[in-house]
Design a protein around this ligand. Structure first.
Ligand code: PAF
Length: 277
């Protein structure tokens, strides 16, 4: 049975009564198959699973979609129950931030200013701050994050390492629609024509990964394949797996962000960069 708690006190009481290893899946709700994959991984790897549902105001800019972000608690609880979640923590804003906006926030460092951070100033301060708070109150052994938000996953790993947070971070592969579109809560903003246009992102990444397999330049091939008549490119970049400069050869990551109408979408894939010789 899935228990639902809204306050830290209720969470603390439920957490103290929990035995075995605990896995946490943090979400902002509007759960989809991508979240189900996270919950499944947690169910497989931990004895008890906690899911958190909180639309974190700190990670939305002034012109972003905080007010219209989908809030679907009843449906989310049904997903959690179906996925075998033991406990759902769904606090409201005053419960998470009792003193109002926190004065002290986690600084993501230079990586937080690039890629997503360049377009969304303060975004990763907001993400890492709430992730650290949720780790403190849920006290998990394992925490599961999707590779879909690759920069977030990388920064969470880095925060846990740099700040000695006693938790193991587990990355879970992106879930895609059959036509390649990466699942995202924001996909529900897309009108049918925009849904088609959104395929520009995954098509570009696929072209990049295939080019790399053939020994060609992944980033250049992805740029050619990106359909800029249907989506507005923000960035398309090849990095190493830690989001550093592109490797001369070996494992890399190809990342893209683009606007489709008024919706900003991101996606990424692993690529194997061929040796230049
Ligand atoms: O990935 C998300 O849904 C959010 O950024 C997270 C990790 C739940 C923090 O609000």
């Amino acid at each position: 049975m899935t228990a639902l708690v809204h306050t830290r006190d209720e969470l603390a009481a439920a957490r103290s009564a929990t035995t075995g290893t605990v896995g946490v899946v943090m979400t902002m709700g509007a759960l989809h198959e991508g979240h189900r994959a996270l919950l499944r991984a947690a169910r497989e790897q931990a004895d008890r699973v906690i899911a958190t549902i909180f639309v974190n105001p700190l990670q939305f800019g002034p012109n972003e979609d905080f007010d219209r972000y989908p809030r679907t608690l009843d449906a989310d609880l049904a997903v959690c129950a179906d996925a075998g979640v033991d406990l759902v923590f769904a606090p409201d804003r005053p419960e998470m931030y009792p003193a109002g906006e926190p004065m002290v926030r986690v600084d993501p460092g230079p990586l937080g200013e690039r890629l997503e951070g360049a377009s969304r100033p303060g975004f990763f301060h907001g993400v890492l701050t709430v992730v650290l708070k949720l780790l403190q109150v849920t006290r998990p052994d394992l925490a599961f994050f999707g590779e879909k938000d690759y920069q977030q996953l990388t920064l969470v790993r880095r925060m846990v390492r740099d700040l000695d947070v006693p938790v193991r971070i587990v990355g879970v592969p992106t879930v895609r629609e059959p036509d390649g579109l990466a699942l995202s809560s924001r996909n529900r903003y897309l009108a049918p024509a925009e849904r088609q246009a959104a395929l520009s992102l995954s098509a570009a990444l696929r072209a990049g990964a295939e080019a790399a397999e053939l020994g060609r330049d992944a980033e250049a091939a992805a740029r050619v394949a990106f359909d800029s008549s249907r989506a507005k490119l923000d960035y398309l970049v090849l990095t190493d797996p830690d989001l550093g400069p592109p490797p001369a050869r070996g494992p890399g990551r190809l990342l893209v962000a683009a606007w489709v109408g008024s919706t900003r979408l991101i996606d990424n894939v692993a690529v194997e960069v061929p040796s230049a010789t």
